[in-house]
Design a binder for this molecule. Structure first.
Ligand code: PRX
Length: 571
């Protein structure tokens, strides 16, 4: 498909000559923007918040513009600095040490962001969990990370299986809970008496900062470990890709339980000292449009599924709002359809800039820059400092226009530094000096990258990454389910939906009620976004002789494709 190319528009962009910079840029060039370059004192929380709070011209600027149904609040850089100091003091009172894992399991709220920076100020490693996780998902992550402290709300507490979490010493509750316990700490009570000054823990650039759990095709979710050094890339992509300027009002729609919601919902805007809109509550087209309008958002970072839902909501709705402040729109997480780019030109009179990266990469790598031509359907080109290529399975580069593994030369600042507790998994990402992404893609003659699909069985539903193994494991815990195989089925709106193939245990009959019960079982046990939208009962699930579920075969059946070589199939 050769869609019309969309030329760059005239504008006062932070980065104009991309190609020139690509040949001269070194990551070390960015160091001079940080005070640690001179003082040797490192902490990402200092650079994102306290630095601005110490600046008389910045301290009273609104940093966080929070709105959710029933709650509107704004916090300045000075407010966040003081409150996160208070929270760091609370953590210290309960003996939190550098390197400890402190997890957050709560909805987007000012308390989340205050706690998050409080954790970083103590030198502990923050672990944000998506608020929709249910018991199994919470258990897996808190067990693997051996988290010592959890910050959550009384409502979410029932999803925390405390009896299975021997390392979890304290739970800080944001909200009231009457039942007294040695384990529970009241957030508001403690904050009231905590000092607003705190001696921040200076760390090393390579010290741990954050763990995000993410899914692969096998095994439990993996703890992707990031270090303070990532700030170099968060800062500079905020400049180049988000094109942030001092007077911008920026909105990233992602939840901080996912990497976009921290790298670009927390760090990039605040390292650049920009006002950051945080919207709580659920997605509706009206709500999102009115958020853009009400706060006069200038730079907006969102995702294809949401954009497709806005497209479906129709043009009539667009006309009811004023988007005249909006100047720059970006997308991440799934392929951005050319049709959506075309719609963006009509609806907002703006280009939508696709960006490609992953939890493991920590920050944007391949992007459409505002000063470059967009080729709708392409993820764009690597940012300066990043060498991307297409390699074969041995890590040899392959020529343009041929599909292969999308790979990045290892060693960029925000790259993960470990998979928590799993060194062999970490090593398996790297071949011949390349970080191999698991995505297939090709590169055209002009250096634009074109996404083709995942090479493993990982599912991408509404931009959220789901591991089939986790869903299968949950499904077979249901008394009716004997075996399960889970795939991503293409869906025009959500990219993929989760489809499960199951066999039933003796004594169970297929019925709508049973299938709904199984669906609910996954939804309430694991998480809503991981629950299969479709369940098909079969007599058997295809497996290899070694007992591995052949998801590829299930997918071919589903799509009516040729099934290829099935000689390893269990007879
Ligand atoms: O398959 C790619 C897809 O999302 C995967 C990474 O998912 P996650 O770690 O959850 O991070 C999402 C946001 C950073 C990738 O391996 N993906 C991400 N961005 C794009 C994409 N697929 C196509 N186009 C993109 N722009």
């Amino acid at each position: 498909m050769d869609m019309q190319r969309v030329p760059a528009r005239e504008g006062n962009y932070n980065l104009k000559n991309y190609d020139e910079l690509r040949s001269t840029f070194k990551w070390e060039d960015v160091h001079k923007h940080f005070s640690w370059n001179e003082t040797g004192k490192v902490n990402i929380a200092y650079e994102a918040i306290d630095r601005h709070a110490e600046n008389p011209e910045k301290k009273d600027k609104v940093a966080l513009l929070y709105s959710a149904p029933g709650r509107e609040e704004s916090l300045t850089f000075s407010d966040i600095s003081k409150k996160s100091n208070q929270f760091a003091n609370v953590l210290k009172k309960y003996d939190v040490q550098k390197g400890d894992r402190v997890f957050l399991f709560m909805p987007r709220s000012p308390e989340f962001y205050v706690s998050f920076f409080g954790i970083l100020k103590t030198g502990a490693i923050a672990g944000p969990l998506f608020e929709a996780f249910m018991e199994q998902a919470v258990r897996d992550r808190l067990q693997d990370s051996e988290a010592r402290v959890l910050i959550t709300t009384p409502d979410l507490l029932e999803r925390v299986p405390q009896e299975d979490l021997p390392d979890l010493e304290k739970i800080i509750l944001v909200g009231n809970r009457s039942e007294p316990s040695d384990k529970y700490i009241d957030f508001y009570e403690e904050m009231e008496v905590a000092s607003e000054s705190f001696d921040i823990e200076w760390v090393d650039l390579e010290d741990g900062m954050l763990i995000h759990y993410t899914s692969g095709s096998t095994g439990k979710p993996k703890g992707v470990y990031h270090v303070h050094n990532a700030m170099i890339q968060h800062y500079v992509t905020g400049q180049w890709v988000l094109d942030l300027k001092d007077d911008d009002v920026y909105w990233c729609t992602a939840d901080p339980g996912w990497v976009t919601g921290t790298s670009y919902g927390v760090f990039a805007p605040w390292l650049n000292g920009v006002t950051n809109v945080i919207r709580g509550g659920r997605f509706t087209p009206e709500d999102w449009y009115s958020t853009l309008d009400k706060h006069n958002v200038t730079v907006w970072y969102t995702a294809p599924t949401a954009l497709r839902m806005l497209v479906s909501a129709g043009e009539g709705l667009v006309k009811k709002y004023d988007f005249s402040s909006l100047r720059h729109v970006l997308s991440v997480g799934e392929p951005l359809n050319p049709e959506v780019v075309t719609w963006g030109l009509k609806a907002f009179d703006l280009r939508i800039h696709d960006t490609w990266w992953m939890t493991e990469t920590g920050a944007q790598l391949i992007v459409n820059l505002p000063s470059e031509e967009i080729r709708p359907g392409s993820m764009g080109k690597p940012i300066p400092g990043i060498e991307a290529s297409i390699v074969d399975n041995e890590g040899n580069e392959i020529p343009p226009n041929q599909m292969g593994n999308l790979a990045i030369k290892a060693g960029w600042p925000s790259m993960m530094r470990a998979i928590w507790n799993n060194p062999s998994k970490y090593d398996s990402y790297f071949i011949n000096g390349w970080y191999v992404s698991g995505d297939s893609a090709y590169r055209d003659e002009d250096g634009y990258f074109w996404f083709q699909g995942r090479l493993d069985d990982v599912i991408n539903t509404s931009g959220e990454r789901v591991g089939p193994f986790e869903v299968e494991s949950k499904l077979i815990e249901h008394p009716a389910v004997a075996e399960a195989g889970v795939i991503g089925k293409p869906d025009p709106q959500r990219g993929e939906i989760i489809k499960a193939f199951i066999t039933l245990n003796p004594g169970y009959q297929e019925s709508d009620e049973l299938l709904e019960d199984i669906r609910q079982f996954v939804k309430t046990g694991l998480s809503a976004h991981a629950a299969p939208r479709e369940i098909e009962v079969r007599d058997s699930i295809p497996k290899t002789r070694s007992g591995k579920i052949m998801r590829r075969l299930l997918k071919s059946w589903e799509l009516g494709l040729p099934t290829g070589d099935t000689s390893t199939l269990e007879s």
